[in-house]
Design a protein around this ligand. Structure first.
Ligand code: SAH
Ligand code: SF4
Length: 343
């Protein structure tokens, strides 16, 4: 079946004309997609013959919200989406003073197996198409009746393990034919798939990049992030520097503070020397213990000392404000309660 919602205007035109239909119909179909039509029958200004062809040969991807958990302490909403084949992914909608931000998923599960991550623990099923990524945003916009201005690819999955679909998504979602969300309002998060980081930098998309670092040395990083055995710290940092050089954009390093694992004074100092001179920001996140691995958040005092050491060395760092802490708003946690076939 053809995924028409992942196509841009020229691809859709090619698809339509090569099947014997007039080229201007492509724009009409795109307009319906933009208005979030749910079936080809809704596309009333296109001829029945073309609608019948589409019904037989194509599909309209969706991400149906089957559960929405609203936080009682802030405006955060956590969504459970059902995809066309009965798979589930999660998204989190957050409110900041500058507008609505959505965190979406790029894969059902993840292959990377980070020990602290609920998604990594639940295995891998498949990658999402570009249209399924857009659909998560559209469904959330309909649900909250507001425009979403910022997107982060920090939900389930490793974006750079689904590189082509993610790039297609970025181009699609930022185009006028789709949601028209500018690249500067989109952030991709990666665990450090180095070759893809270089490719991504070379595209010069002006997208934000977040790198999940979580430890400044190979021994500790390999313990929690198996991908580090393939792409060690030094290579991840080199690729990160390349990204800032190519795009001029500041990079964000994600760092989950885990009690007695990666939060000592010495670790803070080695992190500071690793990042010295880089155009970057360190986002410290007290770890959520979701995997049964026995991880504990660093104490408030440790968090503060850690930030202070980084700051004293000239490294820009903050402890992330945790939104939706009462609804388990870390991705992978809600979906773990559901598997294909439920809900
Ligand atoms: N695969 C990508 C994006 C999805 S994970 C990546 O790893 O970057 C989004 C972020 O949540 C990553 O920074 C990840 O390291 C972090 N994360 C995962 N589990 C966490 C937990 N239990 N506590 C705190 N942060 C976590
Ligand atoms: Fe995958 Fe990111 Fe979770 Fe690691 S932290 S298992 S890369 S989703």
């Amino acid at each position: 079946m053809t995924d028409v919602k992942s196509m841009n205007l020229s691809e859709l035109t090619e698809y339509i004309t090569s099947n014997g239909f007039e080229r201007f119909r492509a724009k009409q179909i795109l307009d319906w997609i933009k208005r979030d039509a749910h079936s080809f029958d809704d596309m009333t200004n296109i001829p029945a013959k073309l609608r019948d062809f589409l019904k037989a040969d194509a599909y309209l991807a969706s991400a149906e919200i089957v559960r929405a958990q609203h936080s009682r302490i802030d405006d955060t909403v956590k969504y459970l989406y059902k995809l066309f084949d009965g798979e589930y992914v999660e998204g989190v909608l957050m409110s900041y003073h500058h507008g609505r931000t959505i965190c979406i998923s790029t894969q059902v599960g993840c292959k990377m197996g980070c020990t602290f991550c609920a998604t990594g623990k639940s295995g891998f099923s498949r990658s999402l198409t570009a249209s399924e990524m857009v659909a998560q945003i559209r469904s959330a916009e309909t649900d909250c009746s507001e425009r979403i201005s910022n997107v982060v690819l920090m939900g389930m999955g490793e974006p750079f393990d689904n590189y082509d679909n993610v790039i297609r998504f970025l181009r699609l979602v930022s185009s006028e034919d789709s949601l028209n969300i500018g690249m500067r309002h989109i952030t991709v998060s990666t665990c450090g798939i180095v070759p893809r980081m270089y490719e991504f930098a070379d595209l010069k998309l002006q997208c934000g990049l977040s790198v999940s670092l979580h430890a400044p040395d190979d021994e500790s990083r390999s313990r929690t992030m198996p991908i580090n055995r393939r792409y060690p710290v030094a290579e991840v940092i080199r690729a990160s520097r390349y990204y800032t050089e190519k795009t001029g954009r500041r990079i964000t390093f994600e760092y989950a503070l885990i009690d007695s694992e990666n939060d000592s004074d010495e670790t803070a100092r080695s992190l500071a020397s690793l990042l010295k001179g880089m155009l970057c920001h360190v986002n410290l996140i007290p770890v959520n213990n979701v995997t049964g691995a026995g991880y504990k958040k660093s104490s408030l005092k440790r968090q503060k000392v850690f930030v202070d050491i980084l700051s004293a060395h000239g490294i820009n760092a903050t402890v992330r404000r945790t939104l939706g802490s009462d609804i388990d708003a870390s991705c992978g946690q809600l979906r773990r309660k559901y598997t294909k076939g439920d809900a």
